[in-house]
Design a protein around this ligand. Structure first.
Ligand code: FMN
Length: 495
């Protein structure tokens, strides 16, 4: 979508969408405390690139963005568009007339199908996982900026009413309105590293959210460390940071490795950050909206149910409480949402490059010649192609992929195939299962062990038994019996 050459471009004039309530009337009459402020008007000058807006443009150019001007409700109707689009390889949406939220534009389905990934990465699908791996291996740290468009409007304290945003209700049994595309950024009180992750947030009041943030998550861990010190944990939730930050937020890397550096490497230049107004965090300067707030130590309140990545509901539970301290945003800010639920839709596609990169990395521990990888559905099925040189190398790959837990693949099933099988073509993978597997010797069943967190069939929370298939051809045998039947000239014919 952009060349990797960086860093800034000239904005001749600032586009303003009529009706964005806060941008039109940013100062509260009689408010001497200046709780609401706007940044000084800027004359045309060099500003940071808006990765989010560039991405929308790139999607539009690729025929993958539709502007919807008819009125659409943020309760179910916007999500229904994304659901249908994800199921039919359709476009992303920019809803320009959101019922109950005049002036707001709602971006949805930005990762609704796998076709988004070549647009976001600017490379063919076959290179996406390798690009992600390269970014993990050669990160680029962020740069600090004095000011950013994400702070053109600053609303502090009571003025920071998050109910104004077109926060959507997505799935039938969801507990209410959920922020689903907010990338959380908070400084780990022990390491000082900016912890980055994406966790759903249930809107419970104008300045109150319930957050599902398990302890294995780095923002969750950092919150626990603050809690042990009896401190409130300040976090910024960023909407519309663009694909590099969105995709890097999913990285399966050690907590000591900053994810914003991975985002920088994906962008091919440092991500520009500005300091938050009320919390000790930094956020992408040109993001659309930033919700600043604090986790309340030791507080847990009911949150859920919510339609989850497994295609089932995450149930009601006692979860973290997040109190909003400020909202900052662009004067013409757009709101971004993501659909979670039945595979495949936004959260599966957004997480796919990171999950596949981690599958490839752990598979390479077992076999140096991993050719390609794929993860299906809620990532419970991993498919790995290898060039094998040893009789049972595929078994080691299965062990490696299914054994890894922390910050790694969530696979319950692993199928290993030869390089002639396209891992992303399920028919070819099934064909390898039909013709290259003897269940008695090539299926490996493992007893219950730690697995993916949201599998409803788990006998014990977070545990599952696992199954691997070695669907590679045996070495040294005559290959002809395994050769695929091919009709010559298929590429040349048309009608
Ligand atoms: C749209 C979307 C929604 C997500 N919602 C949640 C969530 O509510 N809770 C959660 O723990 N993970 C959620 N995830 C997954 C995490 O963001 C992801 O696993 C991330 O890598 C976590 O980072 P960490 O383990 O490094 O903290 C979501 C991912 C996406 C793409």
């Amino acid at each position: 979508m952009r060349s990797s050459s960086p860093a800034s471009f000239i904005v001749p004039q600032r586009p303003v969408v009529p009706g964005a309530q806060w941008s039109r009337d940013p100062v509260v009459p009689g408010d001497d405390s200046r709780a609401i402020r706007t940044a000084p008007q800027r004359t045309p000058r060099e500003v940071a690139v808006s990765d989010f807006r560039d991405y929308l443009q790139a999607l539009e150019k690729a025929g993958q963005l539709v502007h919807v001007t008819k009125e659409v409700s943020p309760k179910f109707e916007s999500a229904a568009h994304v659901r249908k689009s994800s199921d039919t390889d359709g476009p992303a949406f920019l809803f320009e007339n959101v019922a109950g939220h005049p002036g707001w534009r709602l971006a949805a389905g930005l990762y609704g199908t796998m076709a988004r990934l070549p647009v976001a990465f600017g490379c063919p699908m076959e290179q996406v996982v390798e690009r992600y791996g390269a970014a993990v291996r050669a990160p680029i740290p962020p740069q600090r900026a004095a000011e950013g468009r994400c702070q053109e409007v600053v609303l502090i304290g009571d003025q920071a009413d998050c109910g104004v945003f077109p926060v959507c209700v997505h799935s039938e049994l969801d507990a209410g309105r959920y922020v689903t595309a907010g990338v959380m950024i908070g400084r780990d009180p022990e390491t000082g590293i900016l912890a980055v992750g994406l966790q759903r947030m249930q809107l419970k009041g104008p300045r109150l959210f319930g957050v599902n943030m398990p302890t294995e998550r780095r923002v969750g861990r950092a919150a626990l460390k603050a809690e042990e010190r009896n401190q409130r944990f300040g976090v910024a939730v960023v909407l519309g940071a663009g694909p590099y930050v969105d995709l890097a937020s999913q990285a399966k890397i050690p907590h000591a490795q900053p994810k914003l550096d991975v985002a920088g490497a994906l962008a091919g230049r440092p991500i520009e950050l500005v300091r938050c107004k009320t919390v000790d965090a930094e956020v992408p300067a040109d993001a659309e909206i930033v919700i600043e707030g604090e986790f309340v130590p030791k507080a847990r309140e009911p949150e859920g149910p919510f339609g989850e990545v497994a295609g089932t509901y995450g149930l009601l539970g006692n979860r973290h409480v997040f109190e909003v301290t400020a909202v900052t945003m662009r004067s013409d800010a757009m709101y971004q949402t993501a659909l979670t639920g039945m595979p495949t839709t936004d959260n599966h596609v957004q997480g796919w490059p990171a999950i596949c990169e981690s599958i490839k990395r752990v598979a390479q521990h077992a076999c140096p010649e991993v050719v390609d990888v794929h993860a299906i559905g809620p990532y419970y099925l991993a498919i790995v192609s290898i060039r094998k040189r040893l009789a049972h190398e595929a078994r080691n790959v299965i062990l490696s992929v299914l054994g890894a837990t922390a910050g790694a693949p969530q696979a319950k099933y692993c199928i290993v195939v030869d390089p002639d099988v396209n891992v992303r073509d399920i028919n070819q993978v099934l064909w390898a299962l039909y013709t290259r597997v003897q269940p008695e010797t090539d299926a490996l069943i493992f007893p219950t062990m730690v697995g993916a967190p949201l599998d409803p069939s788990a006998p014990v929370h977070r545990h599952t038994s696992k199954l691997g298939f070695d669907a590679t051809m045996p070495l040294g045998e005559s290959r002809e019996r395994y050769d695929r039947v091919v009709v010559p000239g298929v590429d040349q014919v048309s009608w």
